[in-house]
Each structure stands twice: as structure tokens, then as C-alpha cells.
Design a protein around this ligand. Sequence first.
Ligand SMILES: Cc1cc2nc3c(=O)[nH]c(=O)nc-3n(C[C@H](O)[C@H](O)[C@H](O)COP(=O)(O)OP(=O)(O)OC[C@H]3O[C@@H](n4cnc5c(N)ncnc54)[C@H](O)[C@@H]3O)c2cc1C
Ligand code: FES
Length: 251
Amino acid sequence: MKIQEKGVVISNQEVACNLHFMEIQVPKISAQIKPGNFVSLLPPASSGTFLRRPFSVAGVHDRALQLVIRDIGKATHAITSLRENETIEVLGPLGNSYPTFEPDKKLWLLGGGTGIASLLFLHEAHNNPKDRILWGGKCSCELPEPAALPSSCTLATDDGSCGECGNVVEVARRWLASDKPDYIAACGPKGLLKGVQQVASEYNIPAWISCEEFMACGVGACAGCAIPLAAGGYARVCADGPVFKAEEVVL
Ligand SMILES: Cc1cc2nc3c(=O)[nH]c(=O)nc-3n(C[C@H](O)[C@H](O)[C@H](O)COP(=O)(O)OP(=O)(O)OC[C@H]3O[C@@H](n4cnc5c(N)ncnc54)[C@H](O)[C@@H]3O)c2cc1C
Ligand code: FES
């Protein structure tokens, strides 16, 4: 059930260049949210924009949603400028969630940019020390210090300025030379998701991808977020997704 709730900003920390970790307390939504779900935030009026914006949830702590938000435009700038105790309207939980993976199975969680958010939540929920989580960015200024992340998280940068050198798919391919997961979950830019589709098919690894398509209504009413399905027809990312089996969608 979708809930509209006034959220209170509990914390807001800039952890890398224009990248914020935020905690917004919404007790009712927090009680229902699952890894893969997203919420829609109504930007403060000061932003001059009145459309709600979608954000994946990176975790729940003390009845607050944890969010990873990159300040890239009017709405995200206004949201990331909010201070402790200021309020913001939140709608959620929205969309579907990742499946429940068997506790003993090994997951690789492959994230690019803010696509890491839902994977951090899934990682915490699955709670298997054999899981590996990989967060890629273009350069070190896009990513937080490793101390701000779970110890099982590996960073990767295109220019090698921190963590492993290469994009997420290249690093995952290197890992596959000596290791193999039971499942993959991925979220990030389209190029990353396409690469994951290919790797999963080559190595016969069941994979799920979370798509961050542009959205208008965000609740299944306008088809503004439609993506083609391999079997024909279209799916609405906001209502039928954002999580799909990797081979289900055409990217
Ligand atoms: C399901 C879902 C989950 C998301 N989760 C997160 C998250 O956890 N953290 C986060 O920071 N962002 C997330 N986003 C993206 C976020 O919604 C947009 O960054 C935000 O709406 C931009 O609003 P703005 O007014 O600040 O920027 P705008 O002025 O609207 O856009 C600024 C620039 O960003 C580009 N842009 C905007 N939206 C997207 C998008 N969806 N994909 C690619 N490029 C885009 C625009 O083309 C433009 O170049 C998610 C999007 C979806 C659909
Ligand atoms: S954004 Fe309107 S249907 Fe998905």
C-alpha cells in the first residue's frame, strides 16, 4: 500500500563531490519498505519544480530511510540542501522488490553511481559474508571513502584513481576468472546493465537488474517510463519494476 508521509530529515552528509547520504524519518513507510522499492520525494517549493522525484532506498535505520542522492539538478539540489529537522513529503513504498535470495547463496551486487543504493539495502538484508558488493564511478571524487561503507564493498573507478581500475563490468569479469556467484543483482547506467545482461548470459548466472528510467507520474498512470520487453510489449518501470530478470528487458 502506498503511503504519503511527512518525513523529517535526520541527517544529511556530503560524502563525495555532490553525493549525499541522507536519512529521512518516515515511520510508516520505513516499516513496509523492501530492498528494490523506491520512494518519491516532493522537492521543496524553493526548487521551483513541482514534480515528485524517484529515489531508491539504501536501507532503514531507526524508522528512517537511508538515501544516496546525487545533486544534479533543481530538485536534487533542493533536497540535498535540506538540513536536520526540516521536513519533506515522501510517497512510498513504490515499485517491486528484489526476490528473497536463499541465505546460503552467494550474491554479487554490482552498482554504478547512485545505482548502489538499492544494492546496499539488499546486501544488508541478505547478510551473507560471502556476498561481494562493487561500486563503480568515473573517478575517486564521485565515491565516498571506504570507511563510510560496508567492509565487503569494493570500489572501482574508470580512471583507477581509487579502488580497482576499470568499469564495474570489467572488474566483475576479472573476478569471474577465480570466483562465481549464485546470483547477480545490478543497478546503474544503461551501459552497466547491458554489460551485466551479457556477463550473466555468458556465465549462466541468474541476474536481476533495477532500471532507473526517467519517470513522470511514478505510479503506473502515464506510461512515461515504459521499456521494451524481450517477449514483446512494454513494461512500466515504476509499476512493473524497477527490478526485472536481466533477460526480460531490452535495454
Ligand atoms: C527508480 C529510480 C530510482 C532512482 N534512485 C536514485 C537514487 O537512489 N539516487 C539518486 O541520486 N538518483 C536516483 N534516481 C534519479 C533521480 O530521480 C534523478 O536524478 C532526479 O529526478 C533528478 O532531478 P533534478 O531536478 O535534480 O534533475 P533534472 O534537472 O531533472 O535532471 C538533471 C540531469 O540528470 C538527468 N537525469 C534525470 N533523471 C535521470 C534518470 N532517471 N536517469 C538518468 N539521468 C537522469 C537529466 O537528463 C539531466 O541531464 C532514480 C531514478 C529512478 C527512476
Ligand atoms: S512514470 Fe508514469 S507510468 Fe511510470
